[in-house]
Design a protein around this ligand. Structure first.
Ligand code: ZN
Length: 118
């Protein structure tokens, strides 16, 4: 847990964010700056700075994140129409919050899809 981390604050309930899903490992909530009609963040409760900082013991957490993304995609109705799962790693790739998170983006109409999520 890091005191100044926005996602840790959200997880501790110190900032308003409605969890679409939560369990002992992770939480899911809407991105504050959506880049698509559906733009959710799958965020582990454990503070991990970025994909680069994952350790051996974090492997089950990453697995849970991807599995939960699949479940939530179905829940919000984009499983069939399609969605992207994106990890932005470090500033050069658009990572803004340095607490590991997986973007789930989708919900575009027709077959159009956004190039890349941020
Ligand atoms: Zn954090």
């Amino acid at each position: 847990m890091e005191r100044d981390c926005i996602f840790c604050q959200i997880i501790r309930g110190e900032r308003g964010a409605e969890f679409i899903y939560q369990d002992e490992t992770l939480v899911v909530f809407e991105d504050a700056y959506p880049q698509a009609p559906i733009h959710l963040l799958i965020v582990p409760r454990k503070h991990v700075r970025s994909t680069n900082d994952l350790t051996e013991e974090d492997r089950p957490v990453v697995s849970e994140m991807i599995y939960r993304a699949k479940e939530v995609a179905r829940q919000v109705g984009v499983a069939a129409s399609g969605y992207k799962l994106v990890f932005n790693v470090e500033r050069g790739a658009g990572q803004v919050i340095f607490h590991l998170h997986l973007h789930l983006v989708g919900g575009w109409s027709g077959n159009r899809h956004a190039p890349t999520a941020t």
